[in-house]
Design a protein around this ligand. Structure first.
Ligand code: PAF
Length: 277
């Protein structure tokens, strides 16, 4: 497994890779969700590259950049047995050289949901992902459905910028009790960890109502709110029932829809979603 940091090392390493090349972009502290993306990439590509970079520009000053978990040694130990060909670990100076002033921004899709609560977040994501794409030039790139809006924004950007890259979005990987896997779960104490299952329970109740014929988006949002309100350690930031493609809030669910939420459990902000087809 090659490990490269600088753009020069990346270019030399890239030239040795058989194509198609699949990229799995990550911020490290890998869990089973990331590893499922790597396995999928291994199935579909002759070479797999994992990038590990905690991207400072997608965190606002009030967010958890400093406490974001990092453990490169552990990440490399997890990746090696999966047959990853190259790990790219750029430093902030490599990604944002002195004098950096060029940004990639998707306008409308980044306005609601996460974008409304995390100003500048998606500008940081799309900028860094386009730099990963430009540097590596993969044929495919793998993202998780857990960050549903991020996946939609990256699909839009890839299309708008004519990047010749297939975007593959893989299902959410969950713990046995339904909690979506996330690097942030490690910040939960045992009581909070127990409470955190409330996101999955709320989504499940809303989906049961949908399966039973409920199409009122307001009613589906209310069901989720009521479940979360029953958990004293949880505090809703947003709850949404939106059109899957535009992410506009719905009145009635007719086509494909996205149920999504951001909920604080203690100081930890968790997100989760279900797709209604
Ligand atoms: O989903 C993530 O981990 C990050 O947003 C990404 C795509 C690696 C960009 O920094």
């Amino acid at each position: 497994m090659m490990i490269v940091t600088s753009m020069d090392e990346l270019r030399i390493g890239r030239a040795m890779l058989d194509e198609p090349v699949g990229l799995v972009p990550t911020m490290g502290f890998l869990h089973e969700g990331h590893l499922s993306l790597v396995r999928k990439a291994k199935e579909e590509c002759l070479s797999v590259v994992v990038s590990i970079f905690v991207n400072p520009t997608q965190f606002s000053p009030s967010e958890d950049l400093d406490v974001y978990p990092r453990d490169l040694e552990r990440d490399l130990r997890l990746l090696d047995p999966l047959g990853v060909n190259m790990v790219w670990t750029p430093t902030p100076d490599v990604m944002y050289p002195p004098g950096f002033q060029t940004w990639v921004e998707v306008e409308k899709l980044t306005q609601p949901l996460e974008g409304a609560r995390r100003p500048g977040h998606f500008r940081g994501v799309t900028t860094v992902v386009s730099k990963l794409f430009a540097g590596l030039q993969p044929q495919r790139a793998y993202f998780g459905q857990k960050d549903a809006q991020q996946a939609a924004v990256i699909r839009r950007m890839t299309n708008d910028m004519n990047f010749p890259i297939d975007i593959v979005v893989c299902p959410i990987v969950r713990e046995e009790d339904g909690l979506a896997m996330s690097s942030r779960n490690k910040n939960l104490d045992p009581q909070q960890r127990q409470a955190a299952t409330v996101l999955y329970r709320a989504l499940t109740e809303a989906r049961q109502a949908y399966d039973a014929g409920q199409r009122g988006a307001g009613e589906l949002r209310r069901i989720m709110e009521d479940v979360i309100a029953g958990e004293p350690l949880a505090k809703v930031q947003y709850i949404s029932c939106a059109d899957y493609d535009s992410l506009d809030e719905l009145e009635t669910v007719q086509g494909k829809a996205l149920l999504s939420m951001a909920v604080y459990v203690g100081k930890t902000r968790l997100i989760d979603n279900f797709v209604l087809q």
